[in-house]
Design a protein around this ligand. Structure first.
Ligand SMILES: [Zn+2]
Length: 204
């Protein structure tokens, strides 16, 4: 006798849901059953939204933040932004915490990670070359290094400061106050605002 279980499509759905961050086995099962018992309209709308997002969202060709395929992101496309301020972050997900702090009106640059030899991430794996090109396009700009304050973040900031030191730009580092080892996503708006306001100049 075979033990009773969900039909294969339900098991497949649970398996897929389980892969999402923060969703364990029980959560995945609960989601799947809710869709089937109460939320079929929502399920179809969610499937369509997922499909659209997966098909049309890509990295902004200028800064690396999320944008619609082939288009600039909202910040890069905004001529009222201060293009003499370039805030360098590790990940696209670091942009919105800064944006929501309301204390920055410049442009962003997402590196795509941080230098971490132990994890096999070297400078050439990051969007460093494009950063240099952008600095070239805005001579005299200020580059704010808003990478994390953990060991890899500091190493990345030092590497970039040395590289950018040969360019026509001012370099600053956001002030401490961001907890060591934590990403920007964990910082509240006030901490981020103070960290940006209290940024210090690097190099000459
Ligand atoms: Zn952009």
């Amino acid at each position: 006798m075979k033990a009773q279980d969900y039909p294969a499509p339900v098991l497949e759905l649970i398996t897929r849901l389980k892969r999402m961050p923060g969703v364990g086995s029980r959560g995945a099962e609960r989601f799947a059953l809710w869709f089937l018992q109460h939320g079929r309209t929502d399920a179809r709308a969610l499937a369509a939204a997922l499909q659209t997002a997966a098909d049309v969202v890509s990295a902004c060709p200028e800064c690396g933040f999320f944008a619609q395929e082939g288009k600039l992101c909202t910040a890069c496309d905004d001529p009222t932004r201060d293009s003499s301020l370039l805030c360098v972050v590790e990940q696209p997900t670091d942009v919105l915490p800064i944006e929501r702090s309301g204390s920055f009106r410049g442009l962003y640059h997402c590196l795509g990670g941080k230098i971490s030899p132990l994890d096999g991430v070297m400078p050439e794996d990051l969007s460093v070359q494009h950063l240099l090109e952008r600095v070239h396009q805005h001579p005299g700009c200020e580059v704010i290094l808003a990478v994390g304050s953990d060991v890899d973040g500091e190493a990345t900031a030092l590497y970039l400061a040395e590289l950018l030191g040969r360019e026509n730009c001012r370099i600053s580092r956001i002030a401490q106050g961001i907890p060591a080892g934590a990403g920007l996503g964990h910082a509240d708006a006030v901490t981020l605002m103070r960290a940006l306001d209290g940024r210090r100049s690097l190099g000459s």
